[in-house]
Design a binder for this molecule. Structure first.
Ligand SMILES: Nc1ncnc2c1ncn2[C@@H]1O[C@H](COP(=O)(O)OP(=O)(O)O)[C@@H](O)[C@H]1O
Ligand SMILES: [Mg+2]
Length: 309
């Protein structure tokens, strides 16, 4: 079957506005697509070639755009990533790659890799026992300081808490048995802002300032999005973070402390761009699809070359 006849799978359980934008952009490239939930996929191991069955796909998809990997038990999440790895190993372009998704969805691993590369990221402690977490909290907040406690696989600012020696550690439903404690970054004039930068193919394409009424400045927590011209310093940091994490595209969160020092807070491998789209004058979905399609063409060329060898 010709590549042009094959469809793209947009992996999501909640297509919404983002799904529609991707579908439209793919259509503009003459490519059909279909939404697929990873929960509906089957792996079959039978000694023959095809291992993964996607509902509605007779052949392997031309590529997979990952818009969502649903949470669940450890086994469910690993199985869903196994599906992406199996497809990737069969030569299907997965955007972002399963390895990049794993590196970034895992906050401790992201922090380790950024720090090891010499990039500025807040001082962070990760441990398993309550005893260790308490001792870190007591030591680090002895003079009235605060720490940020985050879920390891969190997003949208959900399950993040400010803790100190009065509050103690907070165990909400997002707490999954590992403590990720981070030094609290105080911002200039106590303004609740941070920066989101969209990097595609190694280039910082757009950015925005997120301004909240509270210290957690995710749009999902009510922060408003303001246009931002990304200067070289911001672009360099966001681009370096993506290089270190070896990721095709990402939404990079940056914060600036009261002395002007920048920190890389996190790198999102499945970022929403609804808010960012409202403050930029180019179509983000079309830019993402342009990069995705280029990646597919590159992978197909590489495969064709290795087939000849
Ligand atoms: N160390 C920190 N100090 C101060 N504020 C923080 C810190 N870490 C995160 N925040 C705030 O919380 C928000 C969410 O944190 P983040 O690590 O990006 O988690 P999520 O994956 O939920 O978006 C950030 O955008 C920022 O506003
Ligand atoms: Mg974030």
């Amino acid at each position: 079957m010709k590549a042009s006849q094959r469809k793209i799978a947009i992996v999501t359980d909640d297509p919404g506005w983002h799904g529609r934008k991707l579908t439209t952009s793919l259509k503009e490239h003459g490519i059909e697509s279909q939404y697929v939930s990873l929960t509906d996929c089957i792996i079959e191991i039978n000694g023959e070639g095809k291992e993964v069955t996607f509902p509605g796909f007779d052949t392997l998809p031309l590529g997979v755009f990952v818009r969502g990997v649903p949470g669940g038990s450890l086994e469910q999440v690993i199985f869903r990533l196994d599906i992406l790895h199996a497809l990737n190993n069969s030569g299907v372009t997965i955007y972002n790659t399963p390895r990049a998704i794993e590196r970034t969805v895992d906050k401790p691993l992201t922090s380790l890799l950024l720090n090891r590369a010499g990039l500025p990221t807040p001082t962070t402690w990760i441990c398993e026992t309550l005893e260790h977490a308490k001792s870190i909290l007591n030591k680090e907040t002895a003079n009235g300081e605060q720490l940020v406690l985050k879920p390891l696989f969190g997003s949208q600012g959900i399950g993040i808490h400010l803790v100190d020696n009065k509050s103690g550690l907070i165990h909400d439903e997002k707490f999954a048995g590992i403590y990720y404690l981070q030094r609290f970054i105080e911002r200039q004039n106590n303004e609740y802002t941070d920066i989101r930068v969209l990097v595609i193919d190694g280039i910082a394409k757009a950015g925005m300032l997120r301004r909240g009424e509270e210290w957690i400045t995710n749009r999902a927590q009510g922060a408003i999005c303001e246009p931002l011209i990304i200067d070289k310093k911001i672009a360099d940091l966001a681009e370096s973070a993506c290089k270190v994490l070896d990721i095709d595209y990402a939404g990079v969160d940056l914060m600036q402390d009261k002395n002007g020092q920048f920190y890389i807070i996190e790198v999102n491998s499945i970022p929403a761009w609804y808010g960012l789209q409202s403050v930029v004058d180019f179509d983000i979905a079309s830019c993402l699809i342009g990069s995705f399609v280029k990646q597919i063409a590159k992978n197909n060329q590489l495969q064709a070359c290795s087939d000849l060898n």
